[in-house]
Design a binder for this molecule. Structure first.
Ligand SMILES: Cc1ncc(COP(=O)(O)O)c(C=O)c1O
Length: 400
């Protein structure tokens, strides 16, 4: 009899070998209590959170929580239905209005996750005879959207403007084409050269979709993302985003000025064939998004945190994913998985949680300790974090 699980044997063996050394499983940690956006209790110990996507610290905002509680009381715990049947409540419309206002765009469509937003929009607009040119380091949800739509996929080297242009010029005349980019690439925390890439895409007749999952709320004058910061947001056809990062809850969306955009609600399978978000979630998201419009001070403080941590880690002797701090993500490059896991555990024992990331999620087979900062981390906490990196780094031999 066939065993369809045999393909996982190498991974099972690698995991067993790692855990046999007595290491805590880095992919099975339980947050026993979450006290604030920056502190939780893990293994009974106060732990600073430096591995969440809570960039703007909205999860404990009193207005956000009050809106969620009220919606639970008024509308119940869930919609039990699709957006196109019984699953559209006033709250779903309200959060779409908040998104239109936030991005100053004509249309907004909310999905149950950001993963489904990429899956749905990409697979619906680009089909079998269409071409998608995408950065090779694109998120899994982008690749899965391409695969679901069965489009012709042409990847190009990460952040390489010339490579993008060359690929675009090779596409047969008359074919429809979509360029898919991200504002911030979440593994190394680096930013795309969108100004040049959007110009090249438009000059070659392509539509452009930008995933701004890791920049919403933080980057750009109004927090609209890297496309705003680089002055090209008006040339972008679709922006994809998520509520699971700066917004502080769960959900995904696409905003656009395309005049025919609304037809997607009838033809996009990951929108139609799934239940809509619970009323409490859309209420928290709408409140959070409206507050993010007026968060310039928090954005400035988050930049300070990012610069402070980047400079401090560099000074300690760690190798980082980007030369300069470009976002709220700072990736520390580890020599291999064993060292990475040991350092991850040493940091946890010190009282610091970061993300351990490894292939296939990471580029070029790297093992990374990904640090993601929050606007609510204090200057003192960043100092504490650097102290913990120094101690753990020396204990594991990652730095001298
Ligand atoms: C670039 C990017 N796009 C999309 C997503 C999916 O977001 P969600 O958590 O809402 O499914 C993520 C999540 O990690 C992401 O990093």
């Amino acid at each position: 009899m066939s065993d369809l699980f045999s393909k996982f044997d190498p991974l099972i063996q690698q995991r067993d070998e790692l855990l046999a050394t007595g290491l805590t499983d880095p992919f099975n940690l339980v947050m026993e209590k979450v006290e604030s956006p920056t502190v939780a209790i893990c293994n009974g110990k106060r732990t600073i959170l430096l591995g969440t996507y809570n960039y703007m610290g909205m999860t404990f905002d009193p207005d956000v929580i009050a809106a969620g509680k009220q919606a639970l009381d008024d509308f119940g715990s869930g919609t039990t239905g699709s957006r196109v049947l019984n699953g559209t409540y006033g709250g779903h419309k309200a959060v779409e209005e908040a998104l239109k206002d936030f991005y100053a765009m004509d249309h907004a469509m909310v999905f149950s996750t950001g993963y489904q937003a990429n899956l749905g929009v990409i697979s619906t607009i680009a089909g079998k005879d269409d071409y998608i040119v995408l950065d090779i380091d694109s998120h899994a949800s982008i690749y899965d959207g391409c695969a679901l739509g069965n489009a012709q996929i042409i990847p190009f080297r990460h952040n390489d403007i010339e490579a993008l242009e060359k690929r675009l010029k090779r596409i047969p005349e008359g074919a429809d084409k979509l360029v898919v980019l991200e504002g911030v690439y979440s593994m190394l925390g680096d930013v795309a050269p969108l100004k040049e890439m959007v110009a090249v895409s438009k000059a070659n007749g392509a539509m452009v979709l930008i995933d701004e999952a890791h920049s919403m709320g933080f980057i750009g004058e109004n927090g609209r993302g890297v496309a705003e910061a680089q002055g090209v947001i008006d040339d972008v056809d679709f922006i994809i985003g998520t509520f699971s990062k700066s917004v502080g809850t769960v959900g995904g969306f696409c905003v656009s000025n395309h005049p025919k955009f609304e037809i997607l609600r009838l033809v996009c399978r990951p929108y139609v064939f799934t239940a809509s978000l619970p009323p409490s979630v859309v209420a928290t998201a709408a409140t959070s998004i409206r507050k993010l419009m007026d968060s310039a001070d928090k954005r400035a403080h988050l930049w300070e945190n990012s610069k402070r941590l980047h400079a401090g880690l560099r000074q300690l002797g760690f190798e980082l994913g980007s030369k300069e701090p470009q976002s709220a993500i700072i990736a520390v490059i580890m020599p291999d998985l064993e060292k990475g896991a040991a350092m991850w555990e040493a940091l946890l024992n010190e009282g610091l949680y970061v993300n351990l990331a490894r292939p296939p999620a990471t580029p070029a087979g790297m093992t990374l300790l990904r640090c993601s900062l929050c606007a609510l981390h204090t200057e003192e906490q960043v100092g504490e974090i650097l102290g913990m990196f120094a101690a753990a780094g020396r204990a594991t031999g990652c730095i001298s």
